[in-house]
Every structure is written in structure tokens, then in C-alpha cells.
Design a protein around this ligand. Structure first.
Ligand code: FAD
Ligand code: SF4
Ligand code: SF4
Length: 443
């Protein structure tokens, strides 16, 4: 492992951890108020889950267009500094309005100042591995630019898969490749912290009866959002087993949510709506297809959601109330879906589909609590960040001066994540002014 280069102490008003839509919104809001913000993300590009999505419910606006604008304004804001590909190691509260944070920046092995993102290194690199952002639907090279609209749009070497053939170094016109780069430790003095670490996807293979990872034509909803997105891998919706366009697609809602047998009794709040969104987009691409949603209840609670549900029905999406019990695979790759017909005879039914999409739930990223060295960041019984008093504020945590934004406290959709991020920025600004006085503004 490379050695660590310790950098001189840097001072910011606020450290924002996580640069999905929640973190970016909070950082830009605080920047607009005059506070100096450091926005850290562990990935080589900012953007979180939103830029991976196709469109957003219920308006069907382009997700990557909206998040792309926010990514761009985060990177160009004079008061916001980006620190991608970095992990927060430790946060110590030293007093009111005073935190010390250690952040480790991983080496990209590419000098961002010299890389022009020409992509020639990707072309010559002989190593292909699964591309994380496409959830296994296509590959990437060991040196890669995370995606076309990445911020920063710079190459990065996946050192664990690199075989040091040096083809990239030979071809790079900017001499940007630098295998001597080391990790950098940033020591920060900040006034407040916002945690916007988002969510993870429920690992679908845990629902053994659905055989995700074993049956080729069982995919997750995130994979389907990629198949439908403007930056999609194949420019078509197709089955993994034979590349055919599916004509009879089933959705198994609540995969990994509202399921005590898997330890998650909670509703993931967005799966009903994103499944209806995908069903409508599929019918836009494949008008002759049948799309069936197997559900327990439809939770269409937000503004415009009920109308969106009715629109899906009017377009011909088939809604069947009954949780999928198990899936079996036929020799042709088609899938038999067993479900209880709870609205009809109450019998167990078996229906054949040529593709099944698992509407996976959202699960917490509890690891962030461990970085607080001398204070306890309380988590709820499911592992999401717990609010100090949910009747008083939606963004105040158990540590004074540490706030939350987006899905860090639990599943929610993009508008709610953005609203919460704005609230977090405003509570954070009030905290800084209270602890430092008005002269603390824009230090
Ligand atoms: C299949 C699917 C489809 C969806 N479709 C829609 C839709 O159509 N409309 C809608 O409103 N919502 C939709 N959603 C929900 C939407 O994805 C979320 O509301 C939104 O992404 C939440 O943003 P966030 O910033 O809170 O979290 P995230 O997008 O998860 O971002 C969190 C960021 O934090 C970073 N991070 C995490 N831990 C650390 C750490 N320790 N240190 C540094 N960085 C860290 C991550 O790398 C990431 O960049 C969908 C969800 C799924 C699963
Ligand atoms: S590292 Fe070099 S070859 Fe690769 S994208 Fe950057 S400039 Fe191009
Ligand atoms: S040195 Fe590594 S990253 Fe560069 S081309 Fe060879 S395998 Fe790919």
C-alpha cells in the first residue's frame, strides 16, 4: 500500500459528507449564503444514485439532466470545494462550532490537472471488469472515466485490477498517468458537519426464492433504470439470457422491504412509484409488451402520485395484488412467478413471464457512525441516522452541530431529499451564527 502524505490543516465552515442530490443541494445552499463548504464523496465522481436513473416520477423529467445541473453548480461554486474519492476517517468535536476531521484522499494514479478525459487510456487497457455504475450490465477497463458526465471528468486507475502493463502510460497524450501518487491525509478544522451519505440497495440475492444472480432474466429495478436511462448500456431493453426484447415483464414489489424474514419490516417508500415509472417507460419503448406489477399495497401518497398511478393503469399496466412467493426458471429462460391471488379466489397462481424485475428496497449505510471519536451519533433500530427529536426538526442529529440531509435518515424520494437538504443548510447556518456570532459568516 502506498504511503500517506499529510497535508497542512485546511479550514472550512462546513464539511458535507456525501455528494448525492442531498449533499450537493446542502453544499450549494450554504455556499450561496456565504459559507465555505468542503463536499466529500467516496466515489471518483460526485452525483450519488440520481444521475444513474432514467427519469423521475411523477413528472418523467430526465434524472441525469436535473442532477447534472446540480453537479455542475457544485463544482463551479466559488464557496464549494469538491473532494471526491475520499473517505472520512475520524471526526472529533472540540467545542461548540469546532470540529476536527481527518479525510483520506485515495490516489487516482492520474494527475487531474493533466488529464483531458480523451479516453485513449481506456481504449488500450487490456483489463475488463464489471462497471459498478451499470450494476454488472456492462464492463469497464482498469483505467476508466466513471461516466460521460462525471464530475470531475478525469480518469482513475482501479489499482486492484491493474496488471501494470503501462499501456495507458505509453498512450496518454498529456503524460497524466502517475503510479507514484500516494494517499493524502487532509486535516480539517470545520464549524459544523452535514451527513448526506444516502442509502444502499437491498442485496437481492438475499431473497433466495427469487434466484437473483442465478436466473439470467431476473434483474433488479436499478438495473432496469439503467436499461431505460439516456446513458443506458445497450440502447435497448433486452434479456440477459439471449438478448431478446422482453414482451411480458413482471415486477416483484417490496423485494427486501416490509419483510420481517429479511430483518426489514419497513416500507422503502419509493419502490411502488419507481416501478410504475419504469412500467410506463417500458411501454413507451415496447408498446406491445405486457407489464404486470405484483404488489402488497400501492402507496401513492405524494403530490401527483395518485394521478400517476391512474395513468399507469390507463396505459395498460396490469396490477395484481399478491406478493410473489417464488420464481422458477424454464429451459427457455422464461420465468414462472408464483403468487397468491388475494383479490380473486385467494388461490396460489402461477404465471409465466419472460423477465422479472425485483423492486429492491433501500437500506442504511450505518458505517458513518463509527467515525465520530468522542460523541455518539445515534442510529435508529434499523441502522438509519436517528433524529434528536423528530417532532422538532427533520435534520438535527444526536450531536449538536451535526445535521443530516437526504436518505441518510431513511428512504425518501428526490424532492423530499432536496427539501430536507435545504432545511439542513438552514439549521446548519443558524448553528454557525449561534456558536460563532455574525462575524463567523463566510470565514
Ligand atoms: C431503482 C430506483 C429508482 C428510483 N427512482 C426515483 C425516481 O424516479 N424519483 C425519485 O424521486 N426518487 C427515485 N429514487 C430514490 C432516489 O434515488 C433517492 O431519493 C435519492 O438518490 C437520494 O439522494 P441522497 O443524496 O440522499 O443519496 P445518494 O444518492 O445515495 O447519495 C449519497 C452519496 O454519499 C456518498 N457516500 C456514502 N457514504 C459515504 C461516506 N462514508 N463518505 C463519503 N461519501 C459517502 C455516496 O457515494 C453517494 O454519492 C429511486 C431509487 C431507486 C433505488
Ligand atoms: S489519463 Fe491520459 S489517456 Fe486517459 S483520459 Fe486522461 S489524458 Fe486521456
Ligand atoms: S497499467 Fe493498468 S490501467 Fe494502465 S493499461 Fe495496463 S492494466 Fe490498464
Amino acid at each position: 500500500m502506498s504511503t500517506v502524505q499529510r497535508l497542512q490543516e485546511e479550514t472550512y465552515d462546513v464539511l458535507v459528507v456525501g455528494a448525492g442530490i442531498g449533499g450537493m443541494e446542502a453544499a450549494v445552499s450554504l455556499g450561496d449564503m456565504g459559507f465555505r463548504v468542503l463536499l466529500v464523496d467516496r466515489e471518483p465522481s460526485i452525483g450519488g444514485h440520481m444521475y444513474l436513473l432514467s427519469k423521475v416520477f411523477p413528472t418523467l423529467d430526465c434524472a441525469s439532466c436535473i442532477s447534472g445541473t446540480k453537479m455542475s453548480s457544485s463544482s463551479h461554486h466559488p464557496n464549494v470545494t469538491l473532494l471526491p474519492y475520499s473517505d472520512v476517517q475520524e471526526i472529533v468535536k472540540e467545542g461548540e462550532g469546532r470540529f476536527r476531521a481527518d479525510v483520506l484522499e485515495r490516489p487516482r494514479y492520474v494527475d487531474p490537472a493533466l488529464c483531458t478525459s480523451c479516453g485513449q487510456c481506456e481504449e488500450v487497457c487490456p483489463i475488463i471488469v464489471e462497471k459498478e455504475n451499470d450494476f454488472g450490465l456492462r464492463g469497464r477497463k482498469a483505467i476508466y472515466i466513471p461516466f460521460d458526465t462525471a464530475v470531475p471528468k478525469k480518469a482513475v486507475v482501479d489499482i486492484n485490477n491493474c496488471i501494470y502493463c503501462l499501456q495507458c502510460e505509453k498512450i496518454c497524450p498529456g503524460n497524466a498517468i502517475d503510479f507514484l501518487q500516494t494517499q493524502k491525509e487532509h486535516r480539517l478544522a470545520v464549524g459544523a458537519v452535514i451527513l448526506a451519505v444516502g442509502y444502499d440497495l437491498f442485496p437481492a440475492e438475499k431473497k433466495a426464492e427469487y434466484h437473483y444472480g442465478e436466473f439470467d432474466n431476473v434483474v433488479t429495478s436499478m438495473q432496469m433504470d439503467r436499461l431505460l436511462g439516456p446513458t443506458r448500456p445497450y440502447n435497448a431493453i433486452m434479456r440477459n439470457s439471449d438478448g431478446k426484447e422482453p414482451q411480458n415483464i413482471a415486477y416483484a414489489l417490496c423485494t427486501g422491504s416490509r419483510d420481517r424474514s429479511l430483518g426489514n419490516p419497513r416500507c422503502s417508500q419509493v419502490c411502488c412509484m419507481y416501478s410504475m415509472k419504469q412500467a410506463q417507460l417500458i411501454l413507451g419503448s415496447l408498446p406491445a409488451a405486457n407489464v404486470t406489477l405484483y404488489y402488497m399495497d400501492i402507496r401513492a401518497y405524494g403530490k401527483g402520485f395518485e394521478e400517476f398511478y391512474q395513468q399507469a393503469k390507463a396505459m395498460g399496466v396490469n396490477f395484481v395484488r399478491g406478493k410473489v412467493a417464488k420464481i422458477e426458471q424454464k429451459e427457455s429462460g422464461d420465468l414462472e412467478v408464483y403468487h397468491e391471488d388475494t383479490q380473486g379466489k385467494g388461490t396460489l397462481e402461477k404465471t409465466t413471464h419472460d423477465m422479472v424485475v425485483l423492486s429492491v428496497g433501500l437500506i442504511p449505510r450505518p458505517g458513518i457512525a463509527k467515525v465520530f471519536a468522542n460523541k455518539e451519533l445515534k442510529l435508529d433500530d434499523a441502522g438509519w441516522i436517528q433524529l434528536a427529536d423528530e417532532n422538532r426538526s427533520a435534520v438535527v442529529t444526536s450531536i449538536d452541530g451535526v445535521f443530516v440531509a437526504g436518505c441518510a435518515t431513511g428512504p425518501k424520494d428526490i424532492p423530499d431529499s432536496a427539501v430536507e437538504a435545504a432545511a439542513s443548510a438552514s439549521e446548519c447556518a443558524a448553528y454557525l451564527l449561534r456558536t460563532r456570532g455574525a462575524e463567523g459568516l463566510g470565514r
